[in-house]
Design a protein around this ligand. Structure first.
Ligand code: SF4
Ligand code: SF4
Length: 258
């Protein structure tokens, strides 16, 4: 099961999409900002795209300044988390006394909180199932309210539909990777996966240098300068899917046909 949610060891309570829950987060609560500390916060390509633009940074600058990088030991896939530094309580770098500095562009997990969303995929049928849970952290006073909404209404209210759609596309790529490359991705593939999805400004530069010359149509190449970052991310998804389908056997047969 893949998920992008927090890892703070809270009580997780399964909930259905049409089930109501009581929650109302607001300034003035004694817990305000407590949920933005001591994080282990995975960032998706969509999250990075939104935040780096909100901060007016390139993706490369954002990755260097605000994130920690790992490589999944078994998958070889990039794992990017928000760096919290060594300050006491390890606050999120975007937490200010008045709240979140990037609220409109906050990561998906923050948007959904206190709802956690996970997707599981049946290995045989490839069918996916979405699971939801409520994260009931003992310090969070947002549950002390009569205000009630369903999970589906919460997703709408938090403008989380688009991030979820894009994050699910990443899960599709991970499933594709597991199908064509069941072990660890080789370093060459790790590099293109990371650049095309997580480091969009570098990806744009690499395209200009000819990285996608065998993949892009002439029209798409001409439109590159007009393409916004979300369109570029869509292109990155398509290209990564194309590259993942190129197993060593297929690469060899492509070579021999040339
Ligand atoms: S990004 Fe914003 S909402 Fe998310 S943990 Fe940081 S300060 Fe809190
Ligand atoms: S109510 Fe919960 S989500 Fe809101 S600030 Fe407090 S701890 Fe965070």
């Amino acid at each position: 099961m893949e998920n992008f949610e927090r890892n703070m060891n809270p009580a997780m309570e399964p909930i259905g999409p049409d089930e109501p829950f009581r929650f109302f987060c607001r300034k003035g609560l004694s817990c305000f900002g407590t949920c933005c500390r001591d994080l282990n916060h995975f960032l998706t390509p969509y999250d990075i795209c939104k935040i780096k633009n909100a901060l007016n940074l390139t993706s490369t600058q954002f990755l260097e300044r605000y994130t920690v990088h790992h490589t999944g030991p078994r998958s070889g896939l990039p794992v990017i988390t928000l760096g919290t530094g060594d300050c006491p309580g390890r606050p999120c770098p975007f937490l200010t006394p008045s709240g979140c500095r990037i609220y409109e562009d906050r990561p998906t997990a923050c948007r959904l909180y206190p709802v956690a969303r996970a997707v599981s995929r049946n290995r045989k049928t490839h069918r996916t199932t979405v699971h939801f849970a409520l994260i009931r952290e003992p310090f969070c006073r947002g549950f002390e309210t009569t205000r009630e909404q369903t999970v589906a209404a919460w997703i709408e209210d938090q403008n989380a539909r688009e991030p979820i759609r894009m994050n699910d596309r990443l899960l599709d790529l991970i499933a594709l990777k597991n199908r064509f490359w069941p072990g660890s991705l080789p370093p060459s593939h790790q590099r293109f996966f990371k650049t095309a999805l997580y480091d969009l400004d570098r990806f744009r530069l690499e395209i200009k240098k000819g990285l996608l010359q065998d993949f892009l149509t002439e029209k798409e190449t001409e439109a590159l300068d007009l393409m916004d970052d979300l369109a570029l991310l869509e292109l990155g998804h398509r290209w990564v899917a194309h590259m993942l389908r190129k197993t060593p056997e297929r690469m060899q047969s492509d070579e021999s046909r040339r």
